[in-house]
Design a protein around this ligand. Structure first.
Ligand SMILES: Nc1ncnc2c1ncn2[C@@H]1O[C@H](COP(=O)(O)OP(=O)(O)OP(=O)(O)O)[C@@H](O)[C@H]1O
Ligand SMILES: [Mg+2]
Length: 299
């Protein structure tokens, strides 16, 4: 039998990576989550979606949130974005308590949420105009963001004329045009094909490098989480609690060649262990209902 590739510990960090984390932790704390608990009351009883979740995010960090389906990822970022209430705990932005939504926090969802009756430019102008900018100001602002996401040629196009990847780039431009301090993204590339998804990841890294914004990014995709993030918040299910908060030991700036580096693979192995534990107790057994009797010898 061939020997499995020996991987370093996912915790091992090259000096430049360790130095980068030291610098990150010296930055101000942007978001502080303290003992956050969320219980949904339903007709069938209480669902404890999040239980005593606490963590800090520093300015300009890129954090991914991963975990099994139903572990509370969307609930967590919806609460942080002010779209959902919390049951107990506290949420601080720049050291001050926040509740409810605000222009300081933006959101990009998986499903395209552009206004179909507005052009790309008008979609991006919408938030700034709502915040009181004049049409001229908002237009100038929108054009800059549209340029940044590389869609200048599509300024006057309607969403229906754009591909899925382009729509998500407009959604990112629209969220950033409000100049949020924190951007929440809930599986924003989940509906895209693999190739478009890969180029969106590179676009997002380029955008993040050029904008002073802190990002919390929910994904199911382990490679995506490692490729994009400084740290990965891993949640476990029932109730949603923090399993581990991992510092990604892969050097920046990132490039797709790193997908096969020992640090990348070691981190991925750790995430696999956390998300798909070897015990099969966690696997829900489906009732076996045979629709048509079939064997291997069908012609
Ligand atoms: N509005 C709601 N009312 C009742 N229960 C809810 C509500 N929203 C979420 N839940 C429950 O809270 C738990 C966490 O749900 P959530 O959508 O946050 O999970 P998730 O990690 O985002 O899952 P997925 O990976 O499938 O998107 C689940 O058990 C879900 O059924
Ligand atoms: Mg979700």
């Amino acid at each position: 039998m061939s020997k499995l590739l020996e991987l370093p510990s996912y915790k091992e960090q090259a000096p430049q990576v360790a130095a980068r984390f030291k610098r990150i932790y010296k930055r101000p704390i942007k978001l502080e989550v303290k003992n956050l608990t969320k219980v949904f009351t339903t007709a069938k009883g209480d669902v404890r979606a999040l239980n005593d979740v606490s963590f800090n995010v520093h300015r300009r960090e890129f954090i991914s949130v991963i975990g099994p389906s139903g572990c509370g990822k969307s609930t967590l970022i919806r609460i942080l974005a002010g779209l959902e209430t919390l049951t107990s705990g506290q949420l601080l932005l720049n050291g001050s308590p926040v509740s409810g939504p605000g222009a300081d926090r933006g959101m990009v969802f998986q499903n395209y949420t552009l206004f179909p009756w507005l052009t790309v430019k008008k979609n991006v102008m919408f938030g700034p105009q709502l915040a009181g900018q004049s049409e001229k100001q908002a237009e100038g602002n929108a054009l800059e963001w549209i340029e940044l996401v590389g869609l200048r040629k599509f300024t006057d196009a309607y969403p229906s004329q754009l591909s899925g990847g382009m729509k998500q780039r407009v959604a990112i431009a629209r969220a950033l045009a409000n100049q949020p301090e924190v951007l929440f993204m809930d599986e924003p590339f989940g509906a895209l094909d693999a190739q478009t998804r890969a180029s969106m990841q590179s676009y997002l890294l380029q955008i993040w490098q050029n904008v002073d914004v802190t990002i919390l990014f929910v994904t199911h995709d382990l490679d995506e989480a490692i490729y994009l993030s400084d740290r990965i918040l891993v949640l476990k299910t029932n109730p949603g609690e923090i399993a581990e908060f991992i510092e990604v030991s892969v050097e920046r700036s990132r490039s797709p060649e790193q997908f096969l580096s020992p640090e990348f693979l070691a981190t991925k192995k750790r995430l696999e262990e956390l998300i798909h534990p070897p015990s099969n107790e966690s696997t829900e057994k489906l009732p076996l209902v045979r629709m048509t009797p079939v064997g291997d010898d069908v012609m």
